[in-house]
Ligand binder design. Structure first.
Ligand code: ADP
Length: 603
């Protein structure tokens, strides 16, 4: 049995934030090019052709102007027709290649982004509850959307810019080396300074980009939190409080952006100053060399053209390094989630759960959330097959936690939980959760029709089965009274339905699933009397013949339970039937009196 505290803690650490080496990260990044090789090769080939043509143009111009001086105007006029045809053909090829790079190159990036998004979404689905306890959903959203966009831009522009840059810069140098050595050396010196400057600026910007990313996640989280709780916000007329909280995170984001743009501004201005110095030196030195007869005038023009050619790839590479920094930061966050192992997963050799009678047993269960205080301190609890056990007790006592451990939303730290003698950690998670039906207090309906929501766990269910489940949950009549019946859209999170109707749809869902074991978190406190009666009736129907653990909020509803267990501070305080507990005059009797004023039974 893997029921030691160490195992649980190790698993949690794994699901936290494992650090990845840059080399490992790059390997995984390159893996996403798989399946896109034809586009990648096409993209690169076209990029090289574009670079080659750009590189050839100043040479053509130089030859032309050089020819003017040496062979005279007539010879040039005769060749102009050929020159025009050649240039047109060259630029037609350039046009086609540019189109390929701009269109198919981006498509390649977008496809990689789409695959990454799918992988990340699958990873989110795989994660256990503790992961979602630790990570805010706004943050998880921004990883899925903005991070991946930067990554796809890098996947596409990275190789292309680097290659065009390399071909144009190296090519220019080689050609210029043949044209004039001293001027080329000046160029080389400036390039060294540029590279050093670039490296230094990159280091600075890396930290700023990281901060920027954290801040935008903060903004997303605030929006998400506020919209998810919009009913509470409105209920407390707390719009201004929300606006203030939002402003704080929005301002922090703006601050980090201002700092980012300041760094980028300084950086780009520095580059512009360096290029200005370069032009000044080239023109002055070139003029001097021409005056001295050591250089042809057309060579100086060639230099000027090549420097212009230089600046575009340098700019691109510099801009790209910015995107690259962002992408690396984003990809690291992406991979952190992808390589994380969920806390809760099948043990090696796990077999499907075989429910025969449905006996549940908790023995010596100890549990705490993450590194928090212990919530359950060696809890023992048994539910006989087909019986209903009601958990009562003060809020925070551990009732929901007891229920969450049965379907392994979390794992116990010590002790064990078994269903028909099988430890829940020794069976497959899927079979375990299929055998357990849960009706929660806070019902979540997905955006879609009522039928789709009822059939959520069983998309293959027939219309008849769905109707049957609705009938058992006492919601059929209501659904039929709607203009679109079972095809009625429930609205986002079921906003168009009342609390009681949502509850009964959730109950129909469980009827359709037909599990042998039930966990009911009574939602009755939020319902009016009539809805409560309808829901209670449906729940009673549902739990008939199934082993049931119910968290009871209203004591009037659980008098019929086979056993009532009072949970206090993570321990069983007392247990027995309603009458036994009343007669004992302990905690339960006190609760009962608190709800009903005296010890007499009410209905
Ligand atoms: P009850 O259902 O009896 O009200 P719970 O099981 O919800 O009690 O809570 C027991 C204790 O566990 C409380 O102190 C609560 O704050 C804590 N707790 C519950 N859920 C979480 C969670 N996801 N992360 C950390 N602590 C939690």
């Amino acid at each position: 049995m893997q029921n030691t505290r160490t195992t649980a803690t190790d698993a949690r650490n794994q699901e936290g934030a494992p650090r990845l080496t840059t080399a490992g990260l790059m390997r995984r990044f390159l893996g996403y090019y798989q399946g896109q090789m034809h586009l990648f090769v096409g993209d690169i080939a076209c990029a090289v052709v574009v670079a080659g043509i750009d590189l050839a143009f100043p040479q053509i111009l130089r030859t032309l102007t050089g020819g003017l001086f040496t062979q005279g105007a007539d010879a040039i006029l005769g060749a102009l027709g050929y020159l025009a045809a050649g240039l047109l053909a060259m630029y037609a090829v350039r046009f086609a290649c540019r189109y390929f790079v701009a269109y198919w190159g981006h498509v390649m990036g977008a496809r990689m982004e789409s695959r990454m998004r799918e992988d990340l979404f699958a990873a989110y689905q795989r994660m256990s509850f503790s992961f979602f306890d630790r990570n805010k959903s706004g943050d998880l959203m921004s990883r899925l959307v903005s991070d991946l966009f930067d990554i796809s831009e890098t996947a596409h522009h990275g190789p292309e810019f680097l290659l065009i840059g390399a071909v144009e810069i190296v090519g220019s140098f080689v050609i210029l080396g043949f044209v004039n050595v001293p001027l080329t050396l000046v160029l080389a010196a400036v390039l060294v300074v540029l590279t050093a400057y670039n490296l230094r600026a990159n280091l600075r910007m890396k930290a700023i980009f990281h901060e920027n990313r954290v801040r935008i996640s903060g903004v997303n989280s605030r929006v998400e939190d506020s919209l998810a709780g919009i009913r509470v916000v409105k209920g407390f007329a707390a719009e201004d409080v929300e606006k203030d909280k939002f402003r704080a995170s929005n301002d922090a984001y703006l601050d980090s952006k201002v700092r980012m743009y300041r760094a980028m501004g300084t950086y780009q201005a520095g580059i512009a100053a360096l290029m200005g110095a370069l032009y000044t030196v080239i023109v002055c030195l070139g003029g001097w060399l021409i005056a001295k007869g050591q250089m042809q005038p057309q060579d100086l023009a060639t230099f000027a053209l090549y420097i212009t050619l230089f600046t575009t790839p340098i700019d691109n590479i510099l801009n790209f390094t910015e995107t690259f920094q962002k992408a690396i930061a984003g990809f690291r966050r992406f991979e952190e989630v992808l390589v994380a192992e969920p806390d809760i997963r099948d043990a090696p050799g796990a077999r499907p759960l075989a429910v025969t009678r449905g006996a549940i047993s908790y023995r010596g269960v100890r549990f705490s959330y993450d590194e928090g205080p212990e919530v359950l301190h060696g809890l023992d609890l048994a539910v006989e097959p087909g019986c209903t056990v009601a958990l009562v007790g003060p809020s925070g006592g551990g009732k929901s936690t007891i229920c969450a451990l049965l379907p392994r939303f979390y794992d116990v730290e010590a002790g064990s939980i078994t269903i028909d003698g099988q430890d829940v950690r020794d069976v497959t998670v899927r079979s375990l959760r299929q055998a357990i039906g849960i009706v929660q207090q806070d019902v979540y309906l997905f955006d879609g029709t009522i039928a789709e929501n009822i059939a959520y766990g069983r998309p293959d269910a027939t219309a008849r089965e769905i109707r049957e489940a609705a009938r058992k949950a006492n919601i059929e009549e209501f659904v039929d009274s709607l203009p679109d019946g079972f095809e009625t859209m429930v609205g986002e999170r079921g906003a168009r339905l009342s609390g009681g109707q949502k509850q009964r749809i959730a109950i129909a869902r469980v009827f359709l699933k037909d599990p042998q074991v039930l966990i009911l978190d009574e939602a009755t406190s939020a319902l009016d009397n009539e809805s409560e009666r309808a829901v209670q009736h449906s729940l009673a129907q549902l739990s008939r013949g199934r082993t049931t653990i119910v968290i009871a909020h209203r004591l009037s509803t659980i008098k019929g339970a086979d056993e009532i267990v009072t949970i206090d501070h993570g321990r069983v305080a007392e247990k027995g039937t309603h009458d036994e507990l009343l007669a004992r005059g302990g905690t339960y009797a006190r609760y009962y009196r608190m709800q009903f004023g005296d010890g007499r039974t009410q209905d």
